[in-house]
Design a protein around this ligand. Structure first.
Ligand code: MRU
Length: 347
């Protein structure tokens, strides 16, 4: 299930706003279309947003009519700016834009050579994401036992990445190893990524899944129905994991019930130069709260708060699974340093 693909100067992806009822593929031909798809959440999920942004730059380079290197680099810079303004929280977006622009600036040669290398770099980012998810899956599966029921929040599956998924990648890997597991998926208001996307992915794979509303998490934990929690991340900073709104509530409840709380994310989601107070939490449109899908449920004119992400301090995180291994924040005194990751079971 590949979520994004480069095909002869076009980028193909599935429109996630139409799932699960319609499987509509969209074709993007320029940077503006990619930026629009990210902004409107046809494309969403931190690693996928990163790969899409890289492809936005690739489209600009591939179709450019620039006559000089300087002209092309300026066009790429403008596309990068447009992409950076789409969504503020997932760091993969900024990481991918910076990486591709750096590549373009460092290439020696003419316009054609730069364009070729930019497309190559975007494809590499996409390939690396799939590889990272597969590796993360293998590491993470070691934490999953036969018979576990795993609660997940939002969608950190193939749809949120280029393929396979982060949190759902771990679940898939455990399932592929023959472990008999079950999943509880939260619906994830307001955009319902859990109900629409996680359930869709797991049912396609034949992995048993039960859907609950977000306010049922406490109840299922209290009843002893959850063995582990696994979620993805939009940004991991020195003191916290920033992920879909509601993650913090799940983490605190897991802590109270002694349930391990795991985060699965590639190192492209790590932003270890920052702490949580330096990260912009995206505030989205009030209509996402006053309406469920397109049906209005609240009275006209009500005041609304709609932060798209929240901040989970590392004290609630039992382990972070990345493509390099398993990091236990508690054992590193919350001081996450990429250079000195306290890895167990790394290759
Ligand atoms: O607003 P979204 O749907 O882009 O947010 C996605 C999430 O919060 C995911 O849980 C996170 O990106 C991890 S994706 C592998």
């Amino acid at each position: 299930m590949r979520t994004i693909e480069w095909r002869d100067g076009k980028v193909i992806t599935i429109d996630q706003m139409k799932l699960p009822h319609e499987e509509v593929f969209i074709e993007m031909k320029n940077c503006e279309e990619v930026a629009e798809a990210i902004k409107t959440m046809k494309i969403r999920g931190a690693p996928l947003i990163g790969a899409a942004a890289a492809y936005g730059l690739a489209l600009t380079a591939y179709h450019s009519k620039a006559n000089s290197r300087e002209e092309l680099l300026a066009e790429l810079e403008r596309c990068g700016e447009m992409l950076r303004r789409t969504r503020p929280t997932a760091v993969n977006l900024f990481w991918a834009v910076d990486r591709v622009l750096k590549k373009a600036n460092n290439v020696e040669g003419d316009v054609g050579t730069i364009a070729e290398k930019v497309v190559e770099e975007a494809n590499l980012i996409a390939e690396e994401d799939v590889e990272a998810n597969r590796r993360m899956g293998k590491f993470g599966a070691q934490l999953i036992e036969d018979g576990d029921t795993i609660l997940t929040h939002c969608n950190a599956g193939a749809l949120a990445t280029v393929d396979y998924g982060t949190a759902l990648g771990v679940i898939r890997a455990a399932w592929e190893e023959g472990k008999k597991i079950r999943v509880i998926a939260t619906e994830t208001r307001p955009k319902l990524q859990g109900a629409r996307l996680t359930v869709y992915e797991l049912m396609r794979d034949g992995i048993p899944v039960t859907l609950i509303t977000d306010n049922m998490v406490g109840y299922v934990m209290y009843k002893g129905l959850v063995s582990k929690v696994i979620v993805g991340a939009d940004r991991i900073v020195r003191d916290a994991v920033i992920n879909k709104i509601g993650t913090y509530t799940v983490a605190v409840l897991a802590h109270e019930h002694n349930i391990p709380f795991y985060v699965a994310a590639p190192t492209s989601t790590f932003d270890l130069d920052k702490t949580s107070s330096q990260v912009v939490i995206e505030e989205r449109n009030s209509q996402e709260v006053t309406h469920v899908l397109s049906v209005q449920i609240a009275p006209d004119g009500v005041k609304v708060l709609n932060p798209a992400f929240d901040v989970t301090p590392l004290k609630y995180v039992s382990a972070i699974i990345c493509e390099k291994g398993i990091l236990k924040p508690k054992e590193t005194n919350f001081e996450l340093k990429l250079e000195s990751l306290n890895l167990i079971d790394s290759q």
